[in-house]
Ligand binder design. Structure first.
Ligand SMILES: Cc1ncc(C[n+]2csc(CCOP(=O)(O)OP(=O)(O)O)c2C)c(N)n1
Length: 367
């Protein structure tokens, strides 16, 4: 008896070719594709944001080491993904749903650094973005925020609004069911959602090879019949370009896009792990040679838009700005005990009230 061919095993599509990595700016700062449609001022703003975020990130690591901040998740190396994914969104209209590593995107959208510092210093009030800055609080559970991003886009669609939402996730976050549920729902209801995977190669210490079998993550879009894109995540121009395409399509009613950016975090997963135990120095250095900030600096210099003096002033300016934000955050008093309990439900449950009284008594006994 003849068996029918099985497409799942017979298909020999080259997924890496099908989902070829989009690139505009080479590591040496030369162009290989059309630049995004930005004015010289906007180009400099994008660069300024990336530099600022690098300085901020490094400072947060130091604050944690000095015992002035709790556990922190650094994103140095991922600045092009952070800035490029949020820069073209419409402020006050579009929404982002970030992970614990996306404070760079939050800042790009308008969340002040003081908020991020307060959050990581243990004050939940840091999660409250200013009015008109549409950033959801950081999600610690991985992939849950994708479902929220799709839900928000669906709600906007029902209301007849052309709002776009971006759900952020890492490579590890593509394994939980929430990722697939979000993809399916976004596809079926054709929501204006961008599902943005920053594939930084490791989920804490788990490498890609132990996380998924497919050659790419972008190809998962095929299963849901939505566009899937792979992009060089160290190339700010390419990230801006693929986001422009996805945002325009979503806003025009064209539905969701899955974007996989190939990127790398230079530092630890969080301040509580040691990356030397699961990756080599050579790997880190190979990625540092493709640095997104250095790449854009070279481009700006070649274009005649930037000088060494400009660069020195920018790094100094960023340090001053970050210092001012740290001073401000540290001058804000500690949150009260009530704040730990008061915002989960409109009416507190008897159990929460009991816990609150218990904690207050305990703390007053401790003096
Ligand atoms: C639902 C859930 N399961 C497990 C964890 C524990 N955890 C925290 S971070 C992490 C790895 C996430 O890696 P990835 O999605 O690649 O994002 P990255 O941290 O690299 O940005 C895990 C498993 C969690 N926070 N939430």
């Amino acid at each position: 008896m003849q068996t029918a061919p099985n497409p799942a095993t017979e298909t020999k599509l080259d997924m890496e070719q099908l989902f070829e990595v989009r690139r505009v700016l080479n590591p040496d700062g030369t162009l290989v594709g059309p630049e995004p449609d930005l004015t010289p001022e906007q180009l400099k703003e994008v660069y300024r944001l990336m530099v600022y975020l690098r300085v901020f990130d490094q400072r947060c690591l130091n604050l944690q080491r000095q015992g002035r901040m709790g556990t922190f998740a650094p994103f140095s190396g991922q600045e092009a993904c952070q800035v490029g994914s949020a820069y073209l969104l419409q402020k006050g209209k579009d929404w982002i749903f970030p992970t614990y590593r996306d404070h760079g995107a939050m800042h790009t959208l308008g969340v002040p650094s003081v908020n991020t510092l307060r959050y990581y210093m243990g004050d939940e009030m840091g999660s409250r973005a200013p009015e008109g800055v549409n950033a959801f609080p950081i999600s610690i559970p991985i992939a849950t925020q994708l479902v929220h991003a799709v839900g928000a886009a669906w709600a906007a669609k029902i209301k007849g609004e052309d709002t776009v939402t971006v759900g952020y996730v890492g490579d590890g976050g593509t394994s939980p069911g929430d990722f697939h549920e979000a993809m399916n729902f976004a596809a079926v209801y054709n929501t204006a959602t961008i599902l943005f995977v920053q594939n930084n190669k490791y989920a804490i210490s788990t490498p890609n090879a132990k996380q998924f079998k497919t050659k790419t993550l972008a190809q998962r879009a095929l299963a849901y019949d939505i566009p899937g894109v792979r992009v060089d995540g160290q190339d700010i121009f390419a990230v801006l370009t693929v986001f422009k395409e996805a945002i325009d399509r979503a806003r025009a009613g064209g539905g969701p896009t899955l974007i996989e950016a190939l990127t790398f975090r230079y530092g630890p997963h969080t301040t509580s792990d040691d990356p030397k135990r699961y990756r080599t120095q050579e790997e880190v250095e190979a990625w540092q040679a493709k640095d997104p900030i250095e790449r854009m600096r070279k481009y700006l210099v070649t274009k005649g838009l930037w000088t060494d003096t400009d660069d020195e002033s920018l790094w100094n300016w960023a340090k001053d700005q970050v210092n001012a934000a740290v001073t401000e955050a540290e001058s804000i008093g500690k949150p009260s005990v009530d704040e730990l309990f008061d915002y989960l439900y409109a009416e507190p449950t008897p159990e929460l009230l009991r816990q609150k009284e218990y904690l207050k008594k305990y703390l007053s006994k401790q003096g």
